[in-house]
Design a protein. Sequence first.
Length: 191
Amino acid sequence: MSAPVGSVDLYWIPLGAGAHVVRVSGSVFEALAAFRQRRPRCDLYHSALVVEIPEGRFVIEQAPIPDVNGDQRGVVAQGPVGVRWLGRFRVFRYEIRCWRAGRIPDVNAAIASPVRLTADLAHARRIIDILPSIPTPVWGRDEFNAGEMWNSNSVVSWALARSGIDLANVGPPPRGRAPGWNAGLIVAARP
């Protein structure tokens, strides 16, 4: 009898792959960050996960809230965007999804993906189990003093680190950056 199968795949999606406004604002953000840090500009990436366990295939990511039907997308947490007090309005909130049989928008634009991080069922199941306990600070801010803003990359790196997956050699594609990734790792390492 074979052991139950589990896997965790990471996807790197170019920021703004399906949204012109996001692509332009991301380019401006990266140009300013590169200028301030005196380094070349990089391609920016949004990360998402696909976790497979015997109970099903789950898409894990952070995204804007499109409507009030979060239960249909497996929403496990929500948080404010930009400024905490604006979070009482849906348009200024984000959701964290653990979406059974879900889909990643713009997955066809993913670069060097999927990256198989593990085929270990225990790690895969742990991600699903811990995700509802994820912190939900203001998106785009550094409320945890981690040195960079909290965003979708923070959510993914936090979940991976808390599950025990070794991320020492995991990062965006060459010439790419994933702002917020280190914030998730730093917060996950705290008690």
